[in-house]
Each structure stands twice: as structure tokens, then as C-alpha cells.
Design a protein around this ligand. Structure first.
Ligand SMILES: NC(=O)c1ccc[n+]([C@@H]2O[C@H](COP(=O)([O-])OP(=O)(O)OC[C@H]3O[C@@H](n4cnc5c(N)ncnc54)[C@H](OP(=O)(O)O)[C@@H]3O)[C@@H](O)[C@H]2O)c1
Length: 276
């Protein structure tokens, strides 16, 4: 099954802004000018790297020097991001096909071991992959879909972080970045499993940050991208003119800031990539 010419690390696994930046802070992050080698020598895992914000983050991290592990479930999409990174002359990335919906704890362990074997280090994880589920009253929520949403949006970042912690602890200043959402900060009708998974992931970020603050140099934060022109946004807001929302490329400043060394020491915080 693994017939790709590319560096593919594994067979497919099928299996309130309390601390937020002030508005000035958001501006500062958006206008952040990273130095060109900001992420040089760093190895960073991006989940959901085949599409939307994750695909752009992967390409952006690579452009700033990172070796990116492209984790996702649709190999065709991962390959196209791989090719784009390679053609741009950035460090050679790696593809790690993994369906977070069915992945077992052992699959995450295998991933961490593969990264250690291939690269000998891990400096960052962007927990970006997520599914929307359905917008419906909690009372009527489909239970099978509920479990899928929780598996991808909540259990996967937990299992991935847990498996990668030993490697992350060895890095000089590792960054673990969760992706949150406005509906994870304040419950909103019909957002169901998605909103609850995002709220729980936010809490997981805080617990991890608290636990890791004393004896490690790992920082753990979350970022709410705001409304961004992606497939997920179009599904959630079918009546909206997509052109009213920025492209993922336009919100990469905060992602670079939080993944790179300039955010060293900042942990346990919830950030917004946009003011709206
Ligand atoms: N866009 C927004 O306006 C917005 C707002 C707030 C928060 N967010 C958050 O931002 C993040 C990125 O969202 P997006 O808008 O870029 O979404 P998107 O365009 O739907 O992309 C999601 C990515 O996650 C991957 N993914 C989904 N299920 C997966 C699974 N089971 N295993 C592996 N990968 C899986 C998808 O893979 P496939 O391509 O193979 O499906 C895709 O690459 C999400 O955490 C989302 O909740 C987005």
C-alpha cells in the first residue's frame, strides 16, 4: 500500500480568553515579522495537514525552516502539500497517513517512535485536525457521530500529546498548540459535540500547561483562528459569502509566533488569531 516516492513514515493508520492578548496584542501578533529561519532545525507535527488551515500552517512552518510531519487521513491531499513544500525548496517534509477517528493508543506510540527514529527530535505539535459533526440540538444528536467528533477533536490530541511528551521534553523549547473556537469558549445552541470537544480541549491545554510548567520547557497554548475561508467554515455557514473571511494565509502570523521561540515562556494561554 505504501508506494509513494515521497518520504512516507508509515503505512496508513486507519484505524473567554481569560489570558488572551489585548487587542493591541492581537495586532502585534498579526503584524509579527518572523525572521526567515525562525523554525530552522525544528521538527513539527501538523494534524489535518492536507487541507484548510492545517495545510497552510504546514507550508508556512516549512517555509520558515521546519521539517514538518504532515499527518492526515487523505493521502492525495497530503501528497499535494508535500510536493508544494518540496518544490518551494523548504526542508523535506514527511507524510504520516493516519485516520484519527480509528487510531489506537499504540498507533500514536508508533508515530512517536517513528519520529524519534527518523528525526531524533520533536519541537512542536499543532493539533489542528477536527470535524464539525452536525449542528443540531443536543437532545437529538446522533450518538455515533458524537463519538466520532470526540475521537477526532478531543481524544486524538490527548493521545498524540501523551505519546509525544517524552520526545517534546528533550527539546529546548517545545510548543504544543491546540486549536480552539469561539463556541468552545462560550456554549452556543446547536454546536453540540464540536463545541463541547473544543471546550474540553481548551481545558486539556490548561491542565497540561499547569503540569508541565515547573519541570519542563514545553509551552502549551491554544489558538482560535476565527472565521477563516475553509471547507469546514463553508459547511458550518452555508449561507455566508466566503469572501468575507480571510484565507488561512492571512492568519499565519500568530501560528508562527506561537510555534517559534519568540513565544518562549508563554504557556496556558488562549489566543485569538483575529479580532472578529
Ligand atoms: N475555519 C474556521 O473558520 C475555523 C474557526 C474556528 C476554529 N477552526 C478550527 O481550525 C481547525 C482547522 O479547521 P479548517 O477550517 O481548516 O477545517 P478543514 O478545512 O475541514 O480541515 C480539517 C483538516 O482535518 C483533517 N481531518 C479531519 N478528520 C480527520 C481524521 N479523522 N483524521 C485525520 N485528519 C482529519 C481533514 O482531513 P481531510 O481533508 O482528509 O478531510 C482536514 O485536513 C479545526 O480545529 C477547526 O475546528 C476553524
Amino acid at each position: 500500500m505504501c508506494h509513494w516516492k515521497r518520504l512516507t513514515l508509515a503505512k496508513p493508520v486507519c484505524g473567554g480568553y481569560n489570558n488572551a492578548f489585548s487587542l493591541r496584542g492581537i495586532d502585534a501578533m498579526q503584524n509579527y515579522t518572523p525572521r526567515p529561519d525562525l523554525l530552522a532545525q525544528r521538527v513539527i507535527v501538523v494534524t489535518g495537514a492536507g487541507d484548510g488551515i492545517g495545510a497552510t500552517a504546514a507550508r508556512t512552518f516549512a517555509r520558515y525552516g521546519a521539517t514538518v510531519v504532515l499527518l492526515g487521513r487523505t493521502i492525495r491531499k497530503l501528497e499535494s502539500i508535500y510536493d508544494a513544500i518540496e518544490e518551494s525548496g523548504s526542508p523535506q517534509p514527511a507524510i504520516y497517513p493516519m485516520n484519527l477517528e480509528g487510531a489506537s493508543p499504540k498507533d500514536y506510540q508508533d508515530l512517536a517512535e517513528t519520529i524519534e527514529r527518523e528525526f531524533g527530535r520533536l519541537d512542536g505539535v499543532l493539533h489542528n485536525a477536527a470535524i464539525l459533526g452536525t449542528l443540531t440540538p443536543l437532545e437529538l444528536y446522533d450518538l455515533e457521530l458524537w463519538t466520532k467528533v470526540m475521537q477526532v477533536n478531543l481524544n486524538a490530541p490527548y493521545l498524540l500529546t501523551r505519546a509525544c511528551l517524552p520526545l517534546l521534553k528533550k527539546a529546548d523549547d517545545a510548543s504544543v498548540l491546540f486549536t480552539s473556537s469561539a463556541v468552545g469558549h462560550k456554549g452556543r445552541a446547536y454546536w453540540g459535540a464540536y463545541g463541547i470537544s473544543k471546550a474540553a480541549a481548551e481545558n486539556m491545554m490548561q491542565i497540561l500547561a499547569d503540569e508541565l510548567e515547573q519541570n519542563t520547557s514545553i509551552r502549551v497554548n491554544s489558538i482560535d483562528p476565527g472565521a477563516v475561508r475553509t471547507r469546514m467554515r463553508a459547511r458550518a455557514y452555508p449561507g455566508e459569502d466566503p469572501l468575507t473571511n480571510p484565507l488561512p494565509e492571512e492568519i499565519m502570523g500568530p501560528y508562527l509566533y506561537l510555534m517559534g521561540p519568540d513565544s518562549k515562556g508563554e504557556t496556558g494561554r488562549s489566543y485569538r488569531a483575529q479580532q472578529k
